[in-house]
Each structure stands twice: as structure tokens, then as C-alpha cells.
Design a protein around this ligand. Structure first.
Ligand code: FES
Ligand code: FES
Length: 163
């Protein structure tokens, strides 16, 4: 079967790749482009480990076909930091120890970034709803939410009281 040629933008860089018509974007990222930060947990849109931002919208890359990336602008976990400077959600995950095994962490970070791109002042309830599509089997949810709320406060220029 002939391969599809895909031209897209990933993490700010123009990228071209070849893929099979039925290959998912997640497979293309991991197996073709060697961007292995996005994880494969369920392959069915249930766990959020493969989260990416496509044209500003949070999506599961396991539910998108590689050829559908044509002409899109995609952000993966590899594109969240600015050089050596971690994104505030990454920094706060470290400070709050908001990860255990870490398999789910890239997806949580991408989803949290998408939340704060959309709403820099979420309530805790809104943050929990937003992140409901990301599963952490270690159940570290409270630390994750604290990290996201703290990152939001920092990005708004507020110091958040220690809890
Ligand atoms: S691997 Fe995509 S949602 Fe689980
Ligand atoms: S830290 Fe273990 S699954 Fe999330």
C-alpha cells in the first residue's frame, strides 16, 4: 500500500513524514518521528496518555490518523518547555511531586497546558473536569490538581498560599 505524505507543523517546526493510511498520529509521533513523550495507554481514547494539542484543541493522538495531521499545527509534550525553561505546569508538577510512575504525566501536562491556554483562572472543579479524561493509575490526582492550580496562579502573577 502506498504511503501518505504528510506536511504539518509540530512544536513550531515544519515537519514532513510518510505514513500508512491507517497509522494513528500517536504511532506516527512515536514510531516515525521519534517523539516518544506521548504515551500509549489504551489506544481507545480513554486514558489521555497520548494527549496532544491540534490547532489549539486538546485531542487524543490515538484517535487521529496520521494523514489527518496534514496542514495542522500540533503541540506535543516535547514542545511545551521553551528551551531549558520548563513550562509552569512542568515546574509545578516537580515542586508538588505530582507524579509517581509518570506514565500518565506527559498527557496530564499537555492537558493542563491546554486548560491554561483556554482559561488562566479555572476553579478547582473546572480543572478536575478538564482533566477527567486523563487517568493516573497511581491516583495522585490531588497533587496534580494542586500543581495545576499553582501553575495557573503563577501565570496570573499571583503567589498562591502554601496548602
Ligand atoms: S492511548 Fe490515547 S487515550 Fe489512551
Ligand atoms: S503517575 Fe502513575 S499512572 Fe500517573
Amino acid at each position: 500500500m502506498s504511503k501518505h505524505h504528510v506536511s504539518t507543523t509540530i512544536n513550531g517546526e515544519p515537519v514532513e513524514f510518510l505514513c500508512e493510511p491507517q497509522q494513528t498520529l500517536l504511532d506516527c509521533l512515536r514510531d516515525v518521528l521519534n517523539l516518544t513523550g506521548s504515551k500509549e495507554g489504551c489506544s481507545s481514547g480513554d486514558c489521555g496518555a497520548c494527549s496532544v494539542i491540534v490547532d489549539g484543541t486538546l485531542m487524543c493522538s490515538c484517535l487521529i490518523l496520521g494523514p489527518e495531521a496534514e496542514g495542522r499545527t500540533i503541540t506535543t509534550i516535547e514542545g511545551i518547555a521553551e528551551g531549558d525553561k520548563l513550562h509552569p505546569v512542568q515546574q509545578k508538577f516537580l515542586e508538588h511531586a505530582a507524579l509517581q510512575c509518570g506514565f500518565c504525566t506527559p498527557g496530564f501536562l499537555v492537558a493542563a497546558k491546554a486548560l491554561l491556554d483556554y482559561n488562566l483562572n479555572p476553579t478547582e472543579e473546572e480543572a478536575r473536569y478538564w482533566l477527567a479524561g486523563n487517568l493516573c493509575r497511581c491516583t495522585g490526582y490531588d497533587k496534580i490538581i494542586r500543581a495545576v492550580m499553582d501553575a495557573a496562579a503563577e501565570m496570573r502573577g499571583e503567589a498562591r498560599a502554601a496548602e
